[in-house]
Design a protein around this ligand. Structure first.
Ligand SMILES: [Mg+2]
Length: 261
């Protein structure tokens, strides 16, 4: 899907790159969704164009529901900030730092995971992933992902409620995490404050990116890019300034930004 060359929101942000940020999701945005999340790779050329943009834009951030350590194995771009667990973690110089207030949820998440390990044992195709301060239940490998999610959903909601945690749904995934301060909107506001950003380009493919789309609107200029797929939530494409057809198309757009065209 070609990018409209005159997209005004894109031009407004690119024109002030020196005080602007890029805030990009990983799975489905910089990488194609694959059956096994462990096999996901950044689209060709993504890491190198991000490193290049980090030299001219004020801040380049990749933010993911993955742990920061996992993300660091998939994006190798000097100068790019890597945030995990929707912004609760950041990896710097090989060391994972956690927002101090987020640490309080670790024991509750572990108890919820232990309960789900038991409760989901009989649900075929539901895969529990422990991520420390969050957990995820994946359904993509189920024969019927919708059915598996329907069966597992009430157990996930019950385990989260028992521990005072939130359930957030995404593309064939349910995540359990702390109720407060753990979404990409909070992360975007924090980065904007820290880096003194006045403009931002946000890109995402899923409902978890909506809080970032909304927080981006609080800056002086923003461009919200939805990476479309058969699974795209209508809400996300509806709130986007630009829609691209794939992670490869997003990388092409980033290359244009890097060239200044
Ligand atoms: Mg995504």
């Amino acid at each position: 899907m070609p990018v409209p060359p005159t997209a005004p929101a894109l031009r407004a942000v690119a024109a002030r790159a020196a005080e602007a940020g890029l805030f990009l999701d990983f799975d489905g945005t910089l990488s194609e969704i694959v059956l096994d999340p462990g096999e996901a790779r950044a689209a060709r050329g993504a890491s190198s164009v991000l490193a290049r943009l980090a030299r001219s834009w004020r801040s380049v951030v990749v933010v993911s529901g993955r742990s920061a350590a996992d993300l660091a194995r998939r994006v190798r771009a000097p100068g790019v900030r890597l945030l995990g667990l929707h912004g609760v973690e950041e990896i710097r110089d090989g060391e994972v730092r956690v927002l101090p207030r987020a640490e309080a949820a670790r024991a509750a998440v572990e108890r919820a995971a232990a309960r789900l390990e038991r409760d989901l044992a009989g649900v075929r195709g539901a895969h529990l992933e422990r991520k420390g301060l969050a957990l995820a239940v994946h359904f993509r490998r189920a024969r019927d992902p919708e059915e598996a999610e329907r069966i597992a959903g009430s157990a996930v909601v019950a385990a989260a409620a028992a521990e005072g945690l939130a359930v957030v749904s995404g593309r064939m995934i349910l995540e359990v995490r702390a109720r407060e301060g753990g979404d990409k909107g909070d992360a975007l506001r924090r980065i904007a404050r820290e880096e003194g950003l006045r403009a931002i380009l946000v890109a995402g493919d899923d409902v978890g990116d909506l809080p970032a789309f909304r927080a981006a609107g609080e800056l002086e200029a923003c461009c919200r890019v939805a990476v479309a797929s058969d699974e795209s939530p209508a809400e996300l494409t509806g709130e986007a300034d630009l829609v691209v057809g794939s992670p490869a198309d997003l990388v092409a757009l980033l290359r244009r930004l890097a060239r200044g065209t």
